[in-house]
Design a protein around this ligand. Structure first.
Ligand code: SF4
Length: 110
């Protein structure tokens, strides 16, 4: 009677890992989860202006007050830098990263 362990076939060597096709880079938008403006009840604060009436808050048509309120919220935002980078890269409208469109146009390139 022989030893059963000796009768086993040796296991084949493990297969080499399959090559993975390179994936296209996806924009990193995870920062939006932490945005101070996320879910704000008046998102038009960031977009309202003389040429874009404040549709969600008709009684609030003062462009400067809206923008200043949006900027004040942006100043508390933990993701201000990626937000600003996104706006610069995508030529967004409204307040992003605590800056208006005009301020972003004057900002030095990152
Ligand atoms: S910086 Fe301002 S616009 Fe950008 S995510 Fe924060 S609160 Fe929103």
């Amino acid at each position: 009677m022989g030893d059963r362990a000796d009768a086993r076939e040796p296991l084949p060597p493990p297969s080499p890992p399959r090559p993975v096709a390179p994936q296209p880079a996806r924009p990193d938008t995870a920062w939006r989860e932490h945005a101070a403006c996320r879910g704000h009840k008046h998102p038009d604060l960031w977009y309202g202006g003389p040429d874009r009436p404040n549709s969600l808050w008709p009684g609030r048509s003062d462009y400067t007050a809206n923008i200043n309120e949006a900027i004040a919220i942006c100043r508390t935002c933990p993701v201000r830098n990626p937000c600003l980078a996104h706006a610069l890269a995508h030529d967004e409208q409204g307040v992003w990263g605590g800056l208006t469109e005009d301020e972003r146009k004057k900002a030095p390139d990152p």
